[in-house]
Design a protein around this ligand. Structure first.
Ligand SMILES: [Zn+2]
Length: 305
């Protein structure tokens, strides 16, 4: 079978909170019937026990498959291979498969799993680099190795959150990436907005071997259902967990209405949510963060509250 006839796979990588879901959302809005009708199957992997990223994919454009409760590069790698096999049995086959990796995944390991089907080929690995948090993550001894692997694997680097970084940070990051990865295309991206033809069609010819051995990511996570906790109270609780919390996200509701909460790169933000909120909340942190039982207690309101 010619390479051109194989189903291309694009891996969207990037550390926790770097903007992968926003990018995938934006790509999927460019696939409708008015946009050439490209048939995309999107696999969305959330490290947390609840797949909030899948919930945040705005509308159904083509096929979406959620892979939660573990990372597809390691703990649920078997689920990923099984899903690849199922997707490749679809008739007609998708025009393109996109996988949104978990924020801790090693993208080359995911690409290795894709080799399970000879009709699939790696189109490219796209890694998002958070302009406002890069200087923190790249120097954190607990994160630096995993973080650097995601960037080194990229066939396209996208500098995200440029609106949150100052001009000096942006320029320094851009210079650093160009010097370290000469020849890898680099672009800046804000709010996930990038033309689909920039991201898909990288046509890399990398042959990536099936991953050897097991790896484990050393992070603590807790996922649960928060009902009606006022957002100010939730934010105050999150503040008590700094600096160990790396990522928190939720699709929540309080007396003011439905909202989405993000903690990423040390910043907490909320925005109104136009649809029904599930109340799902996920928090991921370094091993020093209180354990799941302590987090469950923290985020469960006492009857007197
Ligand atoms: Zn993994």
């Amino acid at each position: 079978m010619q390479a051109a006839q194989k189903v291309p796979l694009t891996i969207i990588s990037g550390f926790l909170g770097s903007g992968k879901t926003s990018l995938l959302n934006h790509l999927l809005t460019q696939t409708g019937p008015s946009n050439g009708g490209r048939r995309i199957t999107a696999l969305v992997n959330d490290f947390g026990a609840l797949n909030i990223d899948a919930e945040l994919i705005a509308e159904k454009h083509g096929n979406q498959i959620a892979l939660a409760n573990g990372c597809v590069c390691c703990s649920i790698g078997d689920d990923l291979m099984r899903t690849f096999i199922e997707v490749m049995q679809q008739d007609p086959l998708p025009d393109h498969i996109i996988i949104e990796a978990s924020g801790v995944a090693e993208p080359t390991r995911i690409a290795g799993f894709a080799a399970v089907d000879p009709q699939m080929r790696l189109d490219g690995i796209v890694t998002l680099v958070d302009a406002a948090a890069h200087h923190i993550h790249s120097k954190d001894p607990h994160l630096a190795d995993n973080y650097a692997k995601q960037i080194a694997a990229a066939h396209l680097l996208l500098i995200s959150k440029t609106d949150l970084a100052d001009e000096k940070q942006r320029a320094a990051l851009s210079d650093e990436l160009r010097a370290s990865y000469p020849g890898v295309p680099l672009a800046e991206i804000t709010h996930g907005k990038m033309p689909i033809n920039v991201v898909l069609g990288l046509n890399t010819d990398s042959e990536i071997p099936h991953p050897q051995g097991d790896i484990e990511h050393d992070f603590v996570q807790w996922a649960g259902h928060l009902s009606d906790m006022p957002r100010a109270e939730l934010i105050a609780k999150l503040e008590t967990l700094r600096p160990h919390v790396l990522r928190a996200k939720g699709v929540l509701r309080d007396s003011e209405g439905a909202y989405v909460l993000h903690l990423a790169g040390g910043r907490i933000s909320t925005e109104a949510y136009a649809r029904d909120a599930s109340g799902h909340f996920v928090i991921i942190g370094k091993p020093q963060m209180p354990d799941a039982a302590a987090l469950a207690k923290l985020f469960t309101r006492s009857a007197a509250a």
